[in-house]
Design a protein around this ligand. Structure first.
Ligand code: ATP
Ligand code: MG
Length: 386
């Protein structure tokens, strides 16, 4: 029995004249993700068909593709000739293998030439399943299992389960942004949320060796690698930041250390964004989470950024962020104990209401241009693939 993946997509359908561009991008992203596991991918009647190569586990492939942004659902369907006798036979066979006790049939008829209408398909298939499977009864309100029969132009498709996709828009349909990626819980989630809207990600990590260890660096790369499962290829720029931090610690008032560090991160991020043609920065900040995330501190940080700073977690509580981190699979890596530069260089009493003019005064004690150019000279570039 041939099986095929039926992939449905959501918001793209509302795209009017631009719709084909979005569909092409989605198909291309699915193709890259599936790699050599597929024979053919094509689109018809607002659905994408994926034909796996013989021997490929269709359920594993479905799970993999359900993580591609733009995908609303993936079903592994049996392909059947558009003939009621064969359709009910396969449906009954599928249901005889289930341990469920209640079921219902749903039918969709996008080929309007098919002789039976949807309610009639449901009635005929339901009756046949009941006859073939005495352990089952019909429950249209709360069934344990739903058998879906779709009559399309090409064939009939029958499936009993579909995986919910991640939704969003295909990567590459909404430009590129640079994620400031620490090893914490928040920034990978922030990157995920912006990438979900079709934005291609690249990432920068400020690395303070030896105050933070090689393992902290590996952790950041692991997190970025996890994000590639959704976002596709991500280039990570590792910026040496120790000298910058030491200079701030030496020359600036202790309570300004964190906020000036944030501003220096923005200065360097501006340059990297410019080089890689990213048009926005992304951080994992959320109002009030720490001293550098008060409204005043965020304003002072923003002043150093030359691009819009997207903060998709701004209104979320930590617990809500943790929930997303668990869902996307970054949480376990994020909570590994390796320190980040912010924890090592955190002053005892960071100012929670920094004033821009005072901060700029402190910052003028630094040789900012040299700090930036040294940081950029030492950048290491790592390309991660899905
Ligand atoms: P996270 O959980 O993402 O580490 P956080 O709650 O620890 O966030 P901060 O340490 O104040 O918050 O950092 C705020 C944001 O600044 C992070 O979400 C991230 O976007 C960015 N950031 C912090 N440290 C670094 C770093 N070493 N390299 C790159 N970006 C960083
Ligand atoms: Mg952090």
């Amino acid at each position: 029995m041939d099986k095929i993946l039926l992939i449905k997509y959501g918001e793209i359908i509302l795209k009017g004249l631009n719709r084909p561009i979005f569909e092409e991008k989605l198909i291309n992203n699915l193709r890259i993700t599936a790699g050599d596991r597929v024979l053919k991918i094509w689109k018809a009647q607002a659905i994408i068909y994926v034909q796996p190569k013989p021997g490929v586990d269709e359920d594993e492939l479905a799970l993999l593709l359900s993580k591609v942004f733009g995908v609303v659902s993936v079903a592994v369907a049996h392909v059947v000739a558009k003939e009621m006798g064969q359709i009910v036979q396969i449906a009954a066979k599928l249901m005889s293998a289930t341990t469920a006790k209640t079921f219902k049939v749903e039918a969709k008829r996008s080929d309007k030439r098919f002789a039976l209408k949807s309610p009639e398909i449901c009635a005929v298939a339901g009756e046949n399943i009941l006859n073939a499977c005495p352990h089952l009864t019909v429950d249209v309100i709360n069934p344990e299992i739903v058998v879906t029969i779709e009559i399309r132009d090409s064939a009939a498709y029958i499936y009993t389960a579909k995986i919910t996709g991640v939704g969003g828009m295909p990567i590459g349909t909404n430009g590129k942004a640079l994620l400031l990626l620490s090893g914490g819980i928040d920034s990978p989630v922030a990157g995920y949320m912006i990438a979900k809207r079709g934005v291609q990600l690249c990432a920068v990590h400020f690395f303070s060796y030896p105050y933070t260890s090689e393992r902290a660096r590996e952790k950041v790369l692991d997190l970025a690698q996890k994000l590639t499962g959704y976002c596709g290829s991500i280039t990570v720029y590792i910026v040496p930041f120790t000298d910058a931090l030491l200079e701030i610690r030496q020359k600036c008032p202790d309570q300004h250390l964190t906020i000036i560090m944030r501003r220096l991160m923005m200065y360097v991020a501006n340059k990297i964004a410019e080089k890689v043609k990213a048009t926005a920065l992304i951080t994992g900040e959320s109002i009030g989470q720490v001293a550098s995330q008060t409204l005043e501190a965020l304003t002072v940080t923003d002043d150093a950024a030359e691009y819009p700073v997207f903060r998709p977690l701004i209104g979320l509580d930590k617990e809500e962020i943790v929930q997303i981190a668990r869902k996307i699979g970054t949480f376990e890596t994020s909570i590994l104990p390796y320190e980040d530069c912010c924890t090592v260089f955190t002053p005892k009493h960071p100012s929670t209401k920094p004033q821009l003019d005072k901060i700029i005064q402190s910052e003028q004690k630094l040789d900012v241009d040299t700090i930036i150019s040294n940081a950029l000279d030492g950048v290491e570039e790592i390309v991660l693939k899905r």
